[in-house]
Design a binder for this molecule. Structure first.
Ligand SMILES: Cc1cc2nc3c(=O)[nH]c(=O)nc-3n(C[C@H](O)[C@H](O)[C@H](O)COP(=O)(O)OP(=O)(O)OC[C@H]3O[C@@H](n4cnc5c(N)ncnc54)[C@H](O)[C@@H]3O)c2cc1C
Ligand code: FES
Length: 325
């Protein structure tokens, strides 16, 4: 009960951070800073509680159970707009690149100081040697600052975080459903699986907004496109396209989906109806990103779930979909 109240407090705090950063009054900022300190004390207390479960603790590397995570100053190697408002950033992040699994994310401190105060989460989109890539859309202050970073700048990066996709090697036909930015983690998954019988369904509003990345073409996967205005591929919503596919072909062993909540809800409901296992990658505003603050909780079928540490990838039947909009 206390956890639920605490979770609401942190959620409100996360919301306030976004609002107060736009206000010019110093008094309000002071109140915000006091709340921030209280929040930090609460978070530290919970972190201390968690440390009991740590096997090993160092300043730049933490091991929580079987999972390693790193906090590093990652050097930016590339940061360019690939289509209008969408950027790709490559970072030198050796430990993270070595440990990352598809579906995990990094939590990035956009700027030093308190504006924006909270880190921002981004799915790991690719890993190559000691480098990782993220793909991001400019939607607000944080991503706007990020888009202005230059090659050579260093950025405080924490990761890899969360639970990724769980794919057993004997699955034959896997369908990856990517709505808009949803391609970010699913591309990494397709690259790692690198096997035949993977179908990617890519959805976008129109042809110009399709994130059909060059390196997808080099993978051994089939790609089908749906656009809402019909300017390329199937005309309609990605969930409608997926429904048509299910009606024609129910020989699917697993569905993995990432994208906006209404789309995920439809995909999850259809998969459950057709009795196809389905994993969804959820997005939620986050505070700590490591399961401490409870700012990212959602309702699951058997209690509250933390998107950052129980997810972001969940089995579709774990989520109480009627609570999600
Ligand atoms: C696990 C995870 C993985 C993610 N991966 C990616 C990714 O690969 N690429 C990418 O572009 N974005 C990704 N996001 C979303 C990304 O974190 C937000 O877009 C980002 O934090 C926005 O920061 P901002 O300061 O620019 O926007 P703000 O100024 O904070 O907000 C602008 C708008 O974005 C919405 N928003 C903010 N944060 C989130 C969030 N976490 N989830 C959903 N909506 C949000 C707000 O409601 C608001 O409408 C991911 C989120 C999570 C939780
Ligand atoms: S963001 Fe803190 S628990 Fe998930």
């Amino acid at each position: 009960m206390l956890d639920i109240r605490y979770s609401s407090l942190v959620s409100s705090f996360v919301f306030c951070e976004h609002q107060v950063s736009r206000i010019e009054y110093p008094e309000l900022k002071l109140i915000f800073l006091v709340c921030d300190s209280l929040f930090t004390i609460f978070a530290l207390l919970r972190l201390l509680q968690k440390i009991c479960y740590f096997e090993y603790l160092r300043f730049d590397q933490y091991i929580i159970g079987p999972q390693k995570m790193y906090q590093i100053k990652a050097k930016i190697l590339f940061n360019e707009e690939i289509i209008s408002g969408h950027y790709k950033m490559r970072l030198h992040a050796p430990g993270i690149a070595q440990e990352a699994k598809p579906g995990q994310f990094v939590h990035i401190k956009i700027k030093d100081g308190y504006d924006p105060l909270l880190r921002r989460p981004f799915s790991i989109h690719r890993c190559e040697g000691k480098k990782i890539e993220i793909l991001y859309k400019v939607v607000g202050r944080g991503t706007e600052f990020l888009s202005r970073k230059k090659i050579g700048n260093e950025i405080d990066t924490l990761g890899p975080l969360g639970q990724g996709f769980k794919i057993s090697p004997d699955l034959k036909k896997i369908v990856l459903v990517a709505g808009g930015m949803g391609i970010a983690p699913l591309h990494f998954l397709a690259e790692k699986l690198n096997r035949e019988n993977i179908l990617i369904l890519l959805g976008a509003e129109s042809k110009g907004k399709i994130l059909y990345l060059e390196n997808l073409k080099n993978l051994n996967v089939k790609v089908q496109i749906a656009t809402e205005d019909g300017s390329q591929g199937y005309k309609g919503l990605l969930s409608e396209f997926f429904f048509d596919l299910l009606k024609e072909n129910s020989q699917i062993d697993l569905v993995c989906a990432c994208g906006p909540i209404p789309m995920l809800k439809k995909i999850a409901q259809l998969s459950l109806k057709y009795k196809i296992p389905c994993q969804v990658s959820l997005e939620q505003r986050m505070g700590c990103g490591i399961g401490v603050c409870l700012g990212c909780t959602i309702k699951g079928e058997s209690g509250y779930l933390r998107v950052c540490s129980d997810g972001p990838v969940f089995q579709a039947n774990q989520i109480r979909w009627k609570e999600e909009r």
